[in-house]
Ligand binder design. Structure first.
Ligand code: 4NP
Length: 156
């Protein structure tokens, strides 16, 4: 199983989602490869935002070793599930889909917590530390649901 987390810049939300899921699959010894990417190229090669790194470190999920990259069509071949943080990311990822098989891989991550609610992980980039902590918590819960689905064989 290979899972990709996607946001806009790949420096705030998707690295945190990536970090949470990597840590959980490692702790549970699950055979799952996790990565993340941004739909934009603004921050390619950069470490995550300092505020997201600090939040991850404060609450026990370090993400300082991750580096930003841009989502590419090839990711459709390399991943089984592509989780987007908001509907704008989803539209940008879907715009690169080549066929129905590609499109079926793309989901909103918060639909794992609240199916069909189509909620967004709010972009914290112009926000406060409280916004970063809220992102941390939301993605901790959402990745718990992803883990549960993997363990129950329910990720298609
Ligand atoms: P992310 O947050 O998509 O969660 O990584 C953002 C990071 C950078 C920018 C926007 C959102 N930016 O405009 O540079």
């Amino acid at each position: 199983m290979r899972i990709l987390m996607v946001c806009l810049g790949n420096i705030c939300r998707s690295p945190m989602a990536d970090g949470h899921l990597r840590k959980k699959v490692k702790d549970l010894n699950l055979d799952v490869f996790v990565d993340s990417a941004g739909t934009a190229n603004y921050h390619v090669g950069e470490a995550p935002d300092k505020r997201m790194i600090a939040t991850g470190a404060k609450f026990g999920t370090p993400i300082d070793d991750l580096r930003a990259r841009q989502f590419k069509v090839r990711d459709y071949d390399d991943f089984d599930v592509i989780y987007c943080m908001d509907s704008s990311n989803l539209q940008n990822v879907l715009a690169l889909a080549r066929n129905e098989q590609d499109r079926n891989k793309v989901r909103l991550i918060l639909n794992e917590l609240q199916p069909d609610a189509n909620l967004a992980v709010p972009d914290p980039y112009y926000g406060t530390m409280a916004d970063f902590e809220a992102v941390y918590d939301l993605l901790d819960s959402a990745t718990d649901c992803v883990i549960e689905k993997i363990q129950n064989g329910k990720i298609r």
